[in-house]
Ligand binder design. Structure first.
Ligand code: MEV
Length: 313
């Protein structure tokens, strides 16, 4: 039996914009998905998915998960036509839209297969295979989630629109920043939401390009502010990013409500994160005490799940 792991993530800047080649920033979080792979006598693969999850998540993603694992098996190039594998998924990463749970499971399974079959794959190859797995969940992922899940840390990521490898770098800050992640408990379909934004963009290119122009300015300001540890400015750009995501129509009442509660209770910036129309909201806190305070208030306000984390070092 062999074990592999993949990290959860949260997107600080650039969900949806990253799909169209604009820079994005994601942070790996401490929670992980663990995959255990054992060989069996029967062909193909079977799975026991014991990951913690918000209600309905696993059921909604079941068909996509099957396609994803088939893709991974195809790309690790292990012949499962006579002997097969039994996959167990566990770990402390809660499956809820916005935590990168699908990417984390792809990375974990690819790593466990690598160990079990002695494939000698490095992280870049694991990331490439996890990307193929992610395609099972949503046809044309930007690759941000699997990259954050493979490498962890704080990542500046740009998708190559001509199909080449993405450009990414790890940003290291001199001090950590404090973040609270709150889940609405609603599971969104990334394929549907990304497809809807694409349809709106195609129908009204001027509308999209004016929002995209504002986004490109803000993400570079955010990058500078992260390096100079100017949390107030980072928070300001998170607030602005949330407004732009509202303009793209990917926020929803539940997310906007969590954003307002967080800002009213000490967050210096708050936005939705990930696909939107459900999923998660993030709050930047000025310090650890305020981070705990924001997390408490969000829990009491009915967030389905709340997690505090640091990022940047
Ligand atoms: C989903 O976590 C992030 C999106 O930007 C889609 C993607 O990057 O593939 C909405």
């Amino acid at each position: 039996m062999s074990i592999g792991s993949g990290r959860g993530k949260t997107i600080l800047f650039g969900e949806h914009f990253v799909v169209y080649g604009m820079p994005s920033v994601a942070a790996g979080i401490s929670s992980v998905t663990i995959a255990k792979v054992s060989r069996t006598d029967s062909p193909g693969w079977t799975i026991d998915d014991r990951r913690p999850a918000v209600p309905g998540y696993k059921e909604k993603k079941l068909n996509e998960q099957r396609v994803s694992i088939d893709n991974i098996m195809q790309h690790v190039c292990v012949d499962l036509s006579t002997d097969g594998v039994y996959i167990e998924l566990e770990g402390d990463l809660t499956c809820a839209s916005g935590f990168g749970a699908s990417a984390a499971s792809c990375v974990a399974i690819a790593r466990a297969m690598n160990e079990e079959y002695g494939l000698g794959l490095n992280d870049d190859e694991i990331n490439r295979i996890a990307y193929e797995g992610e395609r099972g969940y949503h046809g044309t992922p930007s690759g941000l989630d699997n990259t954050a899940s493979t490498y962890g840390g704080l990542i500046w990521y740009i998708r190559d629109l001509s199909g080449g490898p993405p450009k990414f770098e790890t940003l290291r800050l001199k001090k950590p920043m404090y973040l609270v992640i709150a889940s609405t408990g609603l599971t969104a379909s990334t394929t549907e939401v990304v497809g809807d934004v694409r349809a709106k963009k195609e129908k009204n290119p001027e509308w999209f390009s004016s929002i995209a122009k504002d986004y490109t300015i803000l993400v570079h300001k955010a990058r500078d502010a992260l390096f100079s540890l100017d949390a107030i400015e980072v928070g300001k750009q998170m607030n602005r990013n949330h407004e732009l995501l509202q303009s793209l129509t990917v926020s929803c009442d539940e997310l906007d409500n969590l954003v307002t509660i967080a800002r009213d209770n000490g967050a210096i910036g708050a936005k939705m994160t990930g696909t939107g129309r459900g999923g998660n909201q993030i709050s930047l806190a000025p310090d650890e005490v305020t981070m705990i305070q924001i997390a408490d208030v969000l829990k009491k306000s009915g967030a389905a799940f709340v997690q505090s984390t640091t990022f940047g070092i």
